[in-house]
Design a protein around this ligand. Sequence first.
Ligand SMILES: [Fe+2]
Ligand SMILES: [Fe+2]
Length: 180
Amino acid sequence: MFGLTNSDTPNAIDLLKHDHDDVDKLFAEYEDSKDGSGQQKKALAARICDALTVHARIEEEIFYPAARRALDKDEGKDLIDEAAVEHQTLKDLIARLESAPLSDPLYDAGVKVLSEYVKHHVKEEENELFPKCKSSGMDLEAIGNELAARKSELTQPGSGRGRRAANGQRAGDAREGRVS
Ligand SMILES: [Fe+2]
Ligand SMILES: [Fe+2]
């Protein structure tokens, strides 16, 4: 994956777009495996939730604050406020999915709604927020290094998200709950 701080590290926007593409592929994989085994679906849903959680954290901890500073007097500030609110909804959807058993009749619908919400959020970031950041003078190389380093920490095998993502399964597979 991405290195810590070296010249090969993509700039912030390329790194975030790469994450967006990766999770989009995972959603497509889930769609293709909807008739597959329960374990396969559960493992894919876990990878989606882990990838989205790590991505949201690096945006909230590093990218959004940097963008807020750079765009403070611009309408970009409103975009970041909206993005932050959308992250709350994303986290709610993720939490519901993570606590739902596969036997929940609304499990697939939960993944689908999450997918649609992520698509909407990503579209706003890529079409509205990122272009403003690009023209704002933000040091996207330095922020890219910070994002890569934090992402690396959060996905270490010792960390919860990293371990589960690597194993393709969740510690809470047996937890009960409903998507609805
Ligand atoms: Fe975001
Ligand atoms: Fe994003």
